[in-house]
Structure formats: C-alpha cells, structure tokens
Design a protein around this ligand. Structure first.
Ligand SMILES: Cc1ncc(C[n+]2csc(CCOP(=O)(O)OP(=O)(O)O)c2C)c(N)n1
Length: 648
C-alpha cells in the first residue's frame, strides 16, 4: 500500500469530506475500496508551476509574434477599410487573434470593441444601431457556441431586412486545436447553423480571399433587401504570420456600394397611371423609408396625390410624420387601389382571418370588390425557403420586385407627369376631407388617452403622455417598438424625423428590445440625441446584462420600464384558448405572470452600475421621476425607471 503524504492527505480529506458531507477516507472513486481510495489520495497535488499554467495567461509564442505581424493585423486593415465604428462581442478564443489586433494594432478605434455579456445582445445591438445609422455594426461571435447564442437575434435582423456584419472564428486545421474545448468549438461549416437566415456567408482560406470576401459581404448586406452576412476568420489565418505569397497579393478591398434595385420604368408608369386614376387610393408603408430621404419621398408622393398613408398595427419603420393630415387616414375597405411599399405580409393587410370557435378559421378579403393591389418590395428579390417570414402571396395585380425607396423618385415623376388640372382639383378636395377626418381622429385619440388617467398600475397612455410632456422640446429618439403599448407613442407624439423611431424586431423574437435600444442609443450618442426606450419586462429578462454594457460604455439612454409583470401577449393567447375550450380564463396567469417574487428592476439596474428609480405605481410620481432620470441621461449616462403599468 502506498504511503500517504502527510500534507496531501489532510487537504484531500478536507475536500472530499466537504463535498460528500461525510468522512472522506471512507469514500473513493471505486467505492469503499480502501486501496483505491488511498492510492487516489496519494496522487501528487499540482505543482505551483502547473497551477500557474492553468490560471495565468499563456506566454506569448515568440516564434510567431516576434517574427512578423499576424494575419489578424491585416484583417483589421480590411475591417477598418469598411468603415466600422464598433465591434460588439463577447470574447471567444477562436477570434483571440483578431481581438488582440483590434485593441492593440487597431488602437481600439474605428472599430472600438464593445464588451457584451451575451452574443444575442451583440447582434441586437448591431440591429438597433443600423436602424439609426443606416450602416452595419460588426459583431464577433465564438464559432459554434457564440453563434448559437447569437442565432435568434440574427433571425430577427434577417426578417427585419437589417444589415449586421458577423465575423466568427473557427479552427479548421486540427493540428492547431490546443485542447478539448477547441475541438468542441470547431466546426466544419460554421455558417451552416444560421445559413437559413443570413443573406450570404463565406469561409475564406487565405488572407487575400478574406479581404475580397469581407468587402463582398459588406456590399451584399447593404443591398436592399438588406440582411445579416457572416464571414469566418479562420484562427490559423488570424494567428500565423502573413505568408509571403499573400503579402504580394494583399490589398485592402475596394468598397463601392451597389445602387439599390429600382423598378422597371414601364411598370412604374403603369402604377402612376393607376394612382392618378384612382378615386380612393391608400398607400401602405411597411419598411418603405430606409433613410431620411425615404420619409421625404413618401410625403411627396402622398401630397402629390393627396392620398392617405397607413402603416397597420405593426409599425416597422419611421415612414411618415404622425401629425400629417394624411397619416393613418382613408380605409382599406373603401379603397379602390392599395399600393404596398415594402409591406411584410401584405396579404394580412388585405384579408381578415378570424378564428371561429372550434371551427377553424374564417378568411375574407377586407378590400372592396374590384380594388386593385400593387406592391413594390425588395423582399420579393432574394428568396430563401426554410424560414417562412415571407408570409402569404400578396395576390397583387401588379408586383414590382424592387426597393421602394429607390423607386419612389421615378414613381413621383411619373405621377406628376400625369396630373391634369381636373385631377389636381379632385385631389385637393380629397385632401381636405382627409384633413378634417384626421382632426376628428386626433380628438378621439386624446379622449381615449384620458381614460384611466389616474389608474394604478399606470395606463400605457398616461406613461406615453408623461414622457411626451418632457421630450417634446428635446431632440429625442424612441429606440423601442410601440406595439405592446397600444401604439400610444405614435398616436400621441409628434414623430417627424427618421431617427425618431426604429420599429420592432422583425421576427418577433423577444429579447431584442433592450439590446436594440442600447445599440440605437449608441448611434444617437454622437448626434447628441436623447434616446428613450420603453422597455417590456419580459423582454429585459432574456439578457439583462446589456444594461451593464450601456453603463460600461457610457451610452446615454433613458429606459422606462413598461412593467406589467407578465408575458402579457402570451397570457392573452392562453386566455383565448381557455375561452374557446370553455374552461374559463382565471388560470391563464400560470406560466405567464412574472410575480412572486416581483422583480426589482431598479435594483437590477443599480447592480449593473446604472442610475435607477422605482417601482413607480402612483401616476403622479411619474413626471418628476422622468425629469430626474433625463438629467442623468443628459450627463451622458444610462438611467432606468421602473414603472408598474397596465397590460397594454
Ligand atoms: C424568444 C421568444 N420567446 C418567446 C416568445 C413568445 N412571446 C411573444 S410575446 C411574449 C411576451 C413578452 O413579454 P413582455 O416583453 O413583458 O411583453 P408583454 O406582452 O408583457 O407586454 C412572449 C414570451 C417570443 N416571441 N420570442
């Protein structure tokens, strides 16, 4: 029997006893076999140098790093040439070379590394940023595991037609995989798991190939219909010195953005003819305005025709000024022509689908008989089949697969060419009626907003009105969706600039809201805008540590919790099912409430290093709390107020 070393027995004794809660010497890996137990206990403890090797940074591999620059430096040259301001990432060893080059060789500027606590947050931050800035942010994700975390946010960006630039690492050459973790994180085809919802990907095998593919990916991401792209930065390419052969070929890529696809001139003339001839046209805007110019063009088209612009209940973009007399006027039911501009699932705007108790669905058109349907949408250009975000066929009478914003100038021109003085007079009359109807709608909205004014929990209309009261004289930007707030902000506030609204997630993947708001606020920061996020509680709980990212990077953002203490959207579905089954709705809170214990969001925000207040349940306390938080945000920091709210 091997003799036990004195010190080691005591330590192992102690550890085994603590773990098992029993006398350690009686328990060994082979059960109660004394010999095995004692042999195991007598195994030598790791030496000081072994412990150091496990817990300290490895020594630099001098033969590589001192002979010449690593390939990742050249990758940074390429990345810089594409004009990225930021890289959002959670660190991962398969892009450690690139990470080191970004912060040291690249000086951590253009791009600057943003520390993220979850890859889903990295992508959603890039999503929100692109909606304000009009260009992609780069994100890095650890091949396999990091990309798996990122995947839902990538799908959101894909469905929302938003460019996100993803770089993942991977170690293709097995000889370079240092340990079991690096085997687990390596993959034959990195992009396979997200290929169904990325626009393009590549895994370049040389640095010059990386340069070309990096530029190609950027162009593809930015060509409407825009979308996320993925480039694999192989770890060996990152970490090894640039090969001589590659050095001769290496040139930073030339980046010329393609012009967006414009509709066929003959088809545009036909749409203009239909628009000018229609008595009651309605323009439906989905993701029509990609840029501030898109908003101006849409106003010009609508005013030329004195035609109303509607957005439907899902507001995807800032398309049209919300106090314009043509906003949300007219009716689909009486329209003789409906022009859909980048409308996702146009079919649902022109059909009603109602569940009938235990009898399936009733489907009927909501348009009048003979109404003509026209679509202009870049979403009809690229086609992927697995994910079904494309919706029903629009059943349009005329479909133009092209970018709506880029097609609008030609459409406006063609429309103006067809105007006669008689049609102008008709349009003026139509415009007057729509303006009067708009006044009446506005009065009705104000009346409705006053309902439940003093309620506690606070009504979503009161929350929106209190915010507006303090934002109206600021240069503000709402960096969250309005759909779970009964659209009160877009009904009450005066939105007239493109950056004032970013819309929803695209694929309705919850967890997008908080990080997208942080990314959009980051884009707003250099413009000095006051960013406001009305934040659903369920959404924040997917990856709340993005609050830390906002605090750490000093991103000014006012977050106001719409804390209804529920997954309310899903509760309504469960209530619907229970009612259809005639079993009563009183248990629909099971699985859908976020109570017992209540989550203290003010404490959560404080823990992440952020100013916070709340929970606020008295509506009269809300105004002063918002004011105090705005002062903090104006100092350049994020702040959060927890507000207890009505469900919708
Ligand atoms: C990733 C993901 N998981 C689950 C859902 C289903 N879902 C849709 S809405 C919703 C409730 C979200 O709660 P919250 O953000 O608090 O909004 P509320 O409906 O309460 O206003 C859930 C869970 C989803 N869309 N996405």
């Amino acid at each position: 029997m091997a003799k036990l070393k004195k010190g080691s027995v005591n330590r192992r004794d102690f550890l085994a006893g603590a773990a098992a809660g029993t006398a350690a010497l009686q328990w060994g890996p082979l059960g109660l076999n004394g010999q095995a137990t004692q042999e195991r206990q007598s195994a030598p403890l790791p030496s000081a140098s072994q412990i150091a090797a496990d817990s300290m940074a490895p020594a630099p591999r001098g033969e590589v790093y001192t002979t010449d620059r690593p390939g990742s430096d050249f990758m940074v040259d390429v990345i810089k040439s594409l004009g990225f301001e930021y890289i959002a990432a959670n660190p991962g060893s398969d892009f450690r070379g690139l990470h080191e080059s970004v912060i040291n060789y690249g000086g951590n500027q253009n791009p600057e590394f943003l520390t993220c606590c979850h890859e889903e947050s990295s992508v959603a931050m890039a999503h929100g940023y692109a909606k304000i800035e009009g260009k992609p942010m780069m994100i890095m994700a650890h091949g396999t595991v990091g990309l798996q975390h990122a995947s839902m946010a990538i799908y959101n960006a894909f469905a929302d037609r938003v460019p996100v630039y993803i770089v993942t690492g991977n170690i293709m050459d097995v000889a370079f995989r240092r340990n079991v973790a690096e085997w687990a994180h390596s993959v034959q085809d990195v992009a396979a798991m997200v290929r169904g919802y990325t626009k393009w990907d590549d895994a370049p095998v040389t640095l010059s190939n990386f340069a070309e593919s990096a530029a190609r990916a950027y162009k593809i991401a930015m060509t409407p219909a825009m979308g996320p792209v993925l480039i694999v930065a192989d770890a060996v390419l990152q970490e090894e010195p640039v090969p001589q052969a590659d050095r001769r070929k290496f040139l930073p890529p030339k980046l010329t953005l393609p012009s967006p696809p414009v509709g066929d001139p003959a088809a545009i003339d036909e749409v203009a003819r239909m628009l000018v001839g229609a008595e009651n046209p309605v323009i439906l805007a989905g993701r029509a305005a990609r840029t501030p110019n898109g908003l101006k063009l849409l106003v010009e088209l609508a005013e030329t025709l004195q035609a109303p612009v509607q957005e439907g209940s899902h507001r995807f973009r800032m398309n049209f000024p919300t106090r314009h007399p043509l906003y949300e006027g007219g009716s689909i039911g009486t329209a003789d022509l409906i022009l859909g501009l980048e409308v996702p699932d146009f079919w649902h705007m022109t059909h009603a689908q109602t569940p009938i108790n235990r009898m399936g669905m009733s489907i009927r058109p909501t348009t009048k008989q003979g109404a003509k349907l026209v679509t202009i949408s870049a979403s009809e250009l690229p086609s992927k089949s697995n994910y079904q975000d494309f919706g029903h066929d629009a059943e349009a009478d005329l479909a133009i697969p092209a970018d709506a914003e880029a097609t609008l100038p030609a459409l406006i021109e063609a429309t103006k060419r067809l105007l006669t003085s008689e049609r102008r007079r008709t349009f003026e009359e139509r415009g007057k009626k729509l303006a009067q109807a708009s006044e009446r709608t506005r009065d009705r909205i104000l009346d409705q907003a006053a309902w439940g004014w003093d309620l506690s929990p606070i009504s979503t209309a009161r929350l929106s009105a209190e915010l507006w009261n303090q934002l109206k004289d600021e240069d503000w930007s709402l960096v969250s969706d309005v759909i779970f707030l009964s659209a009160w902000p877009t009904r009450l506030w005066n939105f007239d600039k493109h950056y004032q609204y970013i819309g929803g997630s695209g694929a309705y993947g919850i967890g997008y809201g908080a990080p997208a708001a942080v990314g959009a606020a980051l884009a707003n920061r250099k413009h000095g805008r006051l960013s406001v996020n009305i934040q659903c509680d369920g959404d924040l709980n997917y990856a709340p540590a993005v609050l830390w990212t906002a605090a750490h990077h000093r991103i000014p953002l006012l977050t106001v919790m719409h804390n209804n203490r529920a997954y309310h959207q899903e509760r309504m579905y469960v209530q619907d099912m229970a009612a259809r089954a005639e079993r009563g709705i009183d248990r629909a809170n099971i699985g859908t409430s976020i109570t017992d214990p209540n989550i203290d969001y003010a404490t959560l925000a404080k823990a992440y290093g952020m100013y916070s207040a709340g929970p606020i349940s008295n509506p009269n306390d809300l105004g002063p709390a918002i004011q105090r938080a705005i002062e903090v945000v104006k100092r350049g920091e994020p702040a959060l107020i927890d507000v207890l709210t009505q469900p919708r």
